[in-house]
Design a protein around this ligand. Structure first.
Ligand code: BGC
Length: 774
């Protein structure tokens, strides 16, 4: 055992020294931008409530499906309900003309002319498709994330979509879980920072600026901890882990003024999230003082029966409503059963009013009553703004993580290459570069990797592509049947067809100077209902890579995927590996920019990269335990594999190199409640301009609970010319040093000794220490 770590194996501690107890509801909600005072907004909502019938109120608590989901929603059109009663919201209508038509029905034909709030999953773009969220998080660039979501909001709002079901803030520590791609990865601090940036981008800084949309944090909460990484399976998360790991991104979004919340599908500690009073009322409203409304996930109110939690649909409506869920997404259960529950006296009129009010207030605050319609002529201009494509390209460049670059194979020099083979089932992919919902909105043109390389090298270099065998899921995705999502498998091939495609690809690599092999997962293999038990390169992709590498020409592996994959062989035998995630519509151009050095990669992993699916869940901020893996005798938890990740959380290479030194802490001792200032110097020690991501990690050596081996508590992206040096500044105050103590059942900052590291990833070596005193 290393002496530094031995110190952390503390015996039982006395809790008397916990002198500083913090409330878990710290900052206030962001300021409302609307010039109309909140009191007037509430008065106007109350005036409306006075005029509304019970059925009209229940219609506001309902979100009607605007598209048919086979097996779930009826194919009944929402028109009749809209005309008769209005509707709180309609979802899944990507077509602007249809949005406009339905809005006219609500505003002109319903009795009280209350506009509809149109919702859609605009997660990483509407027309301009940006990198999928895990890619955006890999940029470690919150300003860029904010800018991207602000453009997504502008485009969506221009066509009448006023509400996005994003950001998705689920912490994901298990790459088998398909929805890892929709979030910001495994870390609560990075997750909270990216959450804040997304809310500000979508909403324009508050609730809700012109040309912006209402954001909806999801899925509240604990969804990423699904048993075995199996989507929708129950999560079992102890309360301290909820507060310390799973809830911080949600809290950050609430503090940033998020206007709506979506409850998750799964059971959290045996209580379905959509009927979970602890989550929806105790945490969200009582502790965090959240004032907006909660919508269920799709069909989740009715699903309370399937969970074995509600007896029947009436019971489901009752349990969801009384847990604190305002709006029923698509299941129609509130529509049918809230009325009878009021008549039975189980729910009061007052309770109904209290649940409708925040929905009306949101519509008033957003100015929907004054401006219910989109200006579709203006939207054409917005959707075709070339600056949006430039931003998408920049975002894609910054989202990519260079995992390996042996002997400086990258960047490539087009003057030294005569022919390039672009090989693999994602080399010529279009919609598969977008990821779920990227293709489901209204995507513009997509630049494939092969096309991006062609654009880059011009006509003097011969670029040919060979697809290799098609890839598909042995168990199909239910979303293939959802028309508007446009996600399709690659066609099934016979063995002979697959062999032929394999041979063609290898032959092309043989007659080319260099192979760029583009492998991974088509979009339908990641995101919702796309968990997997293995993390290998499926459908013969590994064999294709090995066959191409065996030729002996230089090989670059580009990964397009929604989660870390098993690439142990490649990590030893393929000289250059670039993780591109789902890079969006400009993905091909951005891959080429990075491969040819017009962009210097600066992305860093927002997740620990496993060696094998058997290591899952795997995360860097685990506890030390009595025998840390740093002990030379006990260096792995397994006897067949190292238990450490292949690539650490925070890791990412550049075409230049950085040195970190001169770590200073001031003071090195302060009383609980005080602040420690930390500085370190970052120097670009290579030959190229590049950006480093300086990361700050801490460790509390003892306390009322075992504390993680390291925790990220600050980061800064610094662009540096060759030879240039910059000092980065961090602060560690009570916000960073507090944790929810499972023993004391409250937030604490403890008078203890702390380690600090600053560097390029979660294995950073530059070390300092400080103490908090009583
Ligand atoms: C997903 C949500 C999504 C909703 C509406 C559900 O299946 O879990 O993330 O926002 O559908 O499309």
């Amino acid at each position: 055992m290393l002496p530094a770590l031995r110190r952390c194996f503390c015996p039982a501690v006395s809790f008397a020294f916990v002198v500083f107890i913090l409330s878990s509801s710290l900052p206030l909600q962001a300021q409302q931008p609307n010039s109309v005072p909140e009191e007037l907004i509430t008065n106007r909502a109350n005036d409306l409530l006075k005029q509304m019938t019970l059925d009209e109120k229940i219609a506001q608590l309902s979100q009607l499906p605007g598209a048919h989901v086979p097996g779930y929603s009826s194919d009944e059109k929402p028109e009749e309900t809209i005309k008769k009663l209005g509707a709180g919201s309609v979802l899944w209508v990507p077509d602007p003309k249809e949005i406009d038509r339905l809005q006219h029905l609500a505003v002109e034909q319903s009795r009280l002319h209350i506009p509809i709030l149109f919702g859609l999953d605009v997660i990483h773009g509407y027309r301009t498709t940006f990198p999928a969220p895990l890619g955006m998080a890999s940029s470690w660039n919150p300003q860029l994330v904010e800018q991207v979501q602000s453009v997504a909001a502008l485009e969506a709002r221009s066509v009448g979509i006023q509400w996005t079901f994003a950001p998705m803030l689920d912490i994901a520590r298990d790459a088998r879980w398909g929805r890892m791609i929709e979030g910001a990865g495994e870390d609560p601090y990075l997750g909270a920072t990216i959450a804040r940036a997304q809310v500000l981008g979508f909403q324009g800084g508050a609730l809700v600026a012109p040309d912006h949309v209402l954001a909806c944090l999801k899925h509240f909460a604990g969804y990423g901890a699904a048993d075995g990484g199996r989507d929708y399976d129950a999560s079992y998360v102890p309360e301290d882990l909820m507060w310390n790991v799973y809830l911080p991104p949600f809290k950050a979004a609430v503090d940033a003024g998020v206007g709506s919340v979506m409850s998750a599908y799964m059971d959290l500690n045996d209580v379905p999230a959509s009927g979970n009073r602890w989550l929806l009322t105790d945490v969200l409203r009582k502790t965090w003082k959240y004032k907006g409304f909660v919508v269920s996930d799709a069909f989740a109110v009715h699903s309370l029966i399937t969970h074995g939690f509600a007896r029947d649909a009436r019971d489901a409506a009752y349990k969801a409503f009384t847990a604190g869920l305002n709006m029923d997404m698509a299941s129609g259960t509130y529509m049918k059963y809230l009325g009878p529950l009021v008549q039975q006296g189980r729910i009061s009129q007052q309770e109904i009013d209290d649940m409708v009010r925040p929905i009306l207030e949101t519509k008033i605050r957003m100015g929907l009553f004054e401006h219910p319609y989109a200006d579709l002529a203006r939207s054409e201009q917005i959707l075709n703004d070339p600056q949006h494509l430039q931003l998408a390209r920049k975002a894609a460049q910054q989202s990519m993580v260079l995992l390996r670059n042996d002997n400086g194979l990258l960047p490539l020099d087009k003057n030294n290459i005569k022919s390039i083979a672009v090989i693999g089932p994602l080399g010529d992919a279009t919609i598969d570069l977008l990821s779920m919902w990227g293709s489901g909105t209204a995507p513009g043109p997509v630049v494939t990797v092969a096309a991006g390389i062609r654009n880059k090298v011009g006509p003097t270099v011969k670029v040919e592509s060979a697809h290799g065998p098609n890839i598909s899921r042995p168990i199909p995705s239910p979303f293939e049947n959802v028309e508007f999502l446009k996600m399709k498998e690659q066609p099934k091939q016979s063995l002979e067809e697959a062999r032929k495609a394999f041979a063609e690809a290898v032959a092309l690599a043989k007659r080319s100077d260099l192979a760029v092999v583009v492998l991974g997962e088509i979009d339908i293999m990641s995101a919702e209902s796309a968990s997997r038990s293995s993390l290998g390169l499926s459908n013969g992709q590994e064999e294709l890579l090995e066959a191409v590498a065996a030729i002996g020409k230089p090989v670059v592996l580009v990964l397009v995927n929604g989660r870390p994959l098993e690439i142990n062989w490649a990590s030893e035998h393929v000289p250059a590996i670039l993780e591109a995630w789902y890079p969006g519509g400009q993905g091909g151009n951005a891959v080429a920019d990075v491969l040819f050095g017009d962009a210097n990669p600066a992305g860093h992993l927002p997740v620990s990269w496993p060696r094998s699916a058997g290591q899952q869940p795997l995360y860097y901020n685990h506890n030390l335990t009595q025998l840390p893996e740093t002990d030379p005798e006990f260096k792995s938890r397994y006897w067949d594999l190292l238990s450490t990740p292949l690539y650490a959380f925070g890791y990412g290479l550049s075409y230049t190199t950085f040195a970190f030194d001169n770590l200073k802490l001031s003071p090195t001792s302060t009383a609980v409640g005080g602040t420690i200032d930390i500085t370190a110097d970052v120097t670009n020690t290579g030959q190229r301009e590049g950006a480093a991501v300086a990361q700050l990690y801490i460790h509390q050596r003892a306390g009322s609970a075992s504390r993680p081996v390291r925790q990220l508590k600050g980061f800064e992206r610094v662009a540096l010319a060759p030879g240039a040096k910059q000092t980065v500044h961090f602060k560690l105050g009570s916000d960073e040093l507090q944790f929810y103590s499972p023993m004391l059942k409250q937030w604490v900052v403890e008078p203890e000794q702390f380690d600090v590291w600053v560097g390029e990833d979660s294995t950073a070596k530059l070390h300092g220490e400080f103490e908090l005193t009583k």
